[in-house]
Design a protein around this ligand. Sequence first.
Ligand code: PEP
Ligand code: MG
Length: 927
Amino acid sequence: MANKHVYSYGAGKAEAKGEALTKNVLGGKGIGLMEMTSIGIPVPAGFTVTIQTCEEYYKLGRKLPKGLEAEVRDAVIKLEKVTGKKLGDFNDPLLVSVRSGAARYMPGMLETILNLGLNDKSVEGLAKKTGNPRFAYDSYRRFIQMYSSTAMGLSKQPMEDMLHEMKHELGVKNDPEIPAEKLKELCDQFKAFYKMNKGEDFPQDPYKQLWGAIMAVFSSWEAEKAQTYRRVEKITDLKGTAVNVVQMVFGNKGDNSGTGVCFTRDPNTGENTFYGDYLINAQGEDVVAGIRTPLKLSRLQDDMPKAYDQLCAVRAILESYYKEMQDLEFTIEDQKLYMLQCRTGKRSPAAAFSIALDHATKPLLTKAQANDLVKKGYLPKKWADLAVKPVITKEQAVGRISSDDIERLFYPVIDTTKITPSQLKTVRLGSGINAVPGAASGKVVFTAADAERLGKKGENVILVRKETSPEDVGGMHAAKGILTATGGKTSHAAVVARGWGKCCIVGCEALNINYETHSMVIGGKTIKQGEFITLDGSQGEIYSGEMQLKEPELPAAYYTILKWADSMRTINVRTNADTPYDAVNAIKMGAEGIGLCRTEHMFFDTEERRLAIQEMIVAETLETRKTALAKLLPFQTNDFYGIFKAMNGFPVTIRLIDPPLHEFTPKDHAGIEKLSKITGLSTDKIKHRCEQLHESNPMLGHRGCRLCITYPEILEMQVTAIIAAAIKCRKEGIKVLPEIMIPLTMDKKEFTVLKAQTKATADHLIKQAKVTLPYMVGTMIEIPRAALLANEVAEEAEFFSFGTNDLTQMTLGLSRDDAGRFLPTYVASEKDGGYGIFRDDPFQSLDQSGVGMLVKMGIQLGRSTNPKLKIGICGEHGGESESVKFCHRAGMNYVSCSPYRVPIARLAAAQAALADKAAKSSKGKKK
Ligand code: PEP
Ligand code: MG
């Protein structure tokens, strides 16, 4: 079978079986035609030349492999038998279409030739047989045109000009108005042009035509547009295209014929309604070309009721067979329906949910509809029985939704009903890394202060920075979108923006910002502060000007399917949230607790808070530091109270301060002066203190629990705030479960020191308050050493939370803030100019073999000494589908991610549980 190049089908039988009956052999179109034939759907007969033949064609230096010719001739003979016509016959010729068909749909990228088999003699036969010379010569002129350009590389334009000239001469507008004899004349003109350019007559031998057409389809695989498409779509796994040679059926034979394209459901809403367009007296290309306005499919019911009923039956059979919405092409020739193609249809994210829900809960047809089609003889009973029942299970519905479907559901989008793709092209400025999807339109500002100022006035702004730092958080929050010149998908800007679901593009190398002149240069254009730009964070594209955006609406089906997912998953999904507002939002998204509250984020909300922490940092004595900390205490206590209240008994993991102190210091003169006024320290002293705090490698420096080791008073303030807030809740009857988390621990000893301090502070407060307040003390595992010594750490820690952002950074030795500059070369495949060292960005999708090994080891070692150890993940990976599935398999209790990714994690966790169940039951069966 390996050397078999050609598979035939027709008259209800398809030759390809088993291994051969796959998309990778036959392509999407080929397999659809074979399967439709086998299940009794009317399909014109034909044969498919395999994708492997295309591979061989390229290996042989663009030559057809040996043996192919004989196989094709055999297939043609079979086709002639089934159709009762002969290729090149002078009286009643068999005509075929020659179409491409790769394993994945590549819209319009590959070539097609129609009406092959026509020559000077057979065209006469076709005219006589059909009694329609106009139709025959129109078909011939289309074939000469397509063959000359597609197979023989002649320019399309000269023949188009001749056609145009002919219409002009006749004083007519449309092609169908050209009479037969003039079309014949046009064919002669085309052939003469062909001879002049190719130095030989237009091929009259149908087999010669066929070899040329097959090679043309193969060659279109490597044509520039197809290569570009594959690069853009990141299609790297396909080897070539199949060729489908199919008996021609004609939708352009008169008013009893037509052609159309349809979906078995509405692809925009998912509604169970037959959706599509058709044209009477037309060939497929007329529908696509948009020259004539197509009619709504429902009209076909009146125009050709029999064909419509037959099409309704096909719709029911195909949805029942594929259990998926189908995208169909059909032709009606003299009232008889033929299906030319079926494939799983592309749909909007909202439709993805509605269709999955409908498929799992509702039948496609009512009993009355099904009975009607059965009675008319179009729908076999076997298919009618299936069409009146749901076609998939709830589990299959949950398994069918992708994380992209969810993600795309939430973000605002550019309203493309208001701007055409070509208009969009003219205003494109450049692109960067698409860190957070969605779209945003607003006035450009270059400082966080300006973003906050204008944001307060209700203006939409886009914050444009070389990079962002925690100081910019206020401005980032006020902005509708964020654009930075540097950074990768886990840079500060990206992590913070993702937490809010705010559109963000980072690493835009083409962006040149001049903070002095308040302007930027991008795509050869200078944009000044206050001018409008629009970001498309899903694509990473930047446009000039303001554009209308659309807020997405969540379909009811989304809520149902996620509820199903919740009932199927076995691990919990928490959220990373730092404020009461985020906590409330996360609960709406389905979070079951907080897995990471980054307490330092609370210091940035207002200037008062910023100054208080700066005062603490520059304090020269313990006393002054404690005074500053006392100012922070009420802020933190209030925030924790709000978060506990929002979480209403769900566990809340609060991490003690983590970033290096220099990140909090003032960056400009005005900031230094303000701080000097409050503290009474000279500006020089403050500058000196800031310089002292400077570190060459801050990510590996004085941060995480190292801060509390050196400044235990910070820990004391934070633990006091947490416990005081929890006590307040307890007294008010609000359930509360605080989990105090020590960041960046590297071993048991270090953890034990901080745990003791934590407990001393907490227990004292609880005792004083006379309440019972269970709380836990645990640690992040984000340093490889902690993972390696997890058995020792777990003797003291009550829970582990894997901080996979730092764990990735430190395991790979790649800075999470800077790696974005060169990581694309590591991730891109060789074909795309990279090396394919990583399959995905390891800061986005967990490096399961490397970092994942440490995670698994950490879990196993940790539980070996503390079987009750609660384990979760709180790095960015906790909201990435594949990583969540890994966490399920590794035995974690929960994953935690930003609020907007909670639904993705809920779905992925359910899919992981389903996969587990399926694997177990297949193992059971084997035994
Ligand atoms: C981590 O390192 O994975 C983590 C969650 O902490 P942060 O991103 O705040 O360093
Ligand atoms: Mg960390």
